[in-house]
Write a protein that binds this ligand. Structure first.
Ligand code: NDP
Ligand code: MG
Ligand code: MG
Length: 340
């Protein structure tokens, strides 16, 4: 059985008196910095001049250059985009690391795929909330917490696990539960989840459903409500009580359709392609291609992003959401995080 760690079993004192540098102030960065600060810890943010720097200042956080923050900190959490971490680490963080410091991540990509190799005399571990940064912040403020993973790559001080747990408690993740994993398991499952199910799988499913209805002559607005808007309502029920609660709440007709049509959409072939996706992650093929895409200036990424923005479902959705201000309450922070 997996051991879960919860708030009441974690002593956060080990982080008291330590200076924690949060490198980056985007989706995860702002949430970690503000939650740790509210938990009573000594936080400094390290980020380049620009939008994030100004946002941190406006939020009342102590903010410096990456090098300055890394230099004065005992614990350094790298919350930069994964593909930029190697360069920033080499130029601004590594020269400021001291023996006994802790180097942290929220995703194992750069350690697991050998992009960053820290010196042997620092602790290296990750604490990764299993949710977007703006929810890590919002739930913390509401007294809840997004569950998280932690993993120890290197334990130079003998305290890595205690520091990781205290950190997980400080950002509120121990309220939802902290699960111990390895860098390998966290990296591979995180990439698989976002590719096959959460982001790739879900967006492809929604778009294909929308296109099927529109191509058959149904109104695009109706197709938007049916395939995108309503998905959140269904997923909320799954979140609250699993598939059973969702199926309890929908009509018996919908439930019957679920059983007979679901396996026609996602069949053995789909699952076999999911396995191929997992294989590419495990072999390092996905990581190599993504690193290469970045080295080439992101030509495909830019095209995919543009195509996505221009898809009819987005045009229709923008119009409809503008008439539903109540669903846009949290949009400001989402926009900030996606534009970071
Ligand atoms: P974001 O893209 O939201 O934020 C990145 C931050 O890094 C921004 O503040 C950006 O500032 C800053 N930055 C970028 N380049 C540099 C640079 N060269 N020097 C200094 N600062 C820079 O990242 P995420 O929060 O999405 O991701 C951070 C980490 O967290 C990743 O490892 C990711 O895998 C992990 N993670 C992310 C989750 C999420 O919900 N997004 C979930 C769980 C883990 P600027 O405004 O100047 O660009
Ligand atoms: Mg991820
Ligand atoms: Mg219906």
């Amino acid at each position: 059985m997996t051991t879960m760690y919860y708030e009441q079993n974690i002593n956060g004192d080990i982080l008291k008196g330590k200076k924690i540098a949060i490198i980056g102030y985007g989706s995860q960065g702002h949430a970690h910095a503000l939650n740790l600060k509210d938990s009573g810890y000594d936080v400094v943010v390290g980020v380049r001049p620009g939008g994030s720097f100004d946002a941190a200042k406006a939020d009342g956080v102590d903010v410096k250059t990456v090098a300055e923050a890394a230099k004065e900190a005992d614990v350094i959490q790298i919350l930069l985009p994964d593909e930029r971490q190697k360069a920033v680490y080499e130029n601004e963080i590594a020269p400021n690391l001291e023996a006994g410091n802790a180097l942290m991540f929220a995703h194992g990509f750069n350690i697991h795929f050998g992009q960053i190799t820290p010196p042997a005399d620092v602790d290296v571990f990750l604490v990764a909330p299993k949710g977007p940064g703006h929810l890590v912040r919002r739930q913390f403020e509401q007294g809840a917490g997004v569950p998280g993973l932690f993993a120890i790559h290197q334990d130079a001080t003998g305290q890595a696990k205690d520091i990781a747990l205290a950190y997980g408690k400080g950002i509120g993740s121990a309220r939802g539960g902290l699960l111990e994993t390895t860098f390998k398991e966290e990296t591979e499952t995180d990439l698989f989840g976002e590719q096959a199910v959460l982001c790739g799988g879900a967006t492809a499913l929604v778009q294909a459903g929308f296109e099927t209805l529109v191509e058959a002559g149904y109104q695009p607005e109706l197709a938007y409500f049916e395939t995108l808007h309503e998905l959140k309502l269904i997923v909320d029920l799954m979140f609250e009580g699993g598939l059973e609660t969702m199926r309890y709440s929908i009509s018996d007709t919908a439930e019957w359709g679920d059983y007979v049509a679901g396996p026609r959409v996602v069949d053995a072939d789909t699952k076999s392609r999911m396995k191929d996706i997992l294989t590419d992650i495990q072999s390092g093929k996905f990581a190599r291609e993504w690193i290469e895409e970045n080295e080439n200036g992101r030509p495909n990424y830019t095209k995919f992003k543009e195509d996505g923005k221009n898809h009819q479902i987005e045009e229709v959705g923008r119009k409809l959401r503008a008439m539903m201000p109540f669903i846009n309450e949290n949009k400001k922070e989402v926009v900030r995080e996606t534009s970071a």
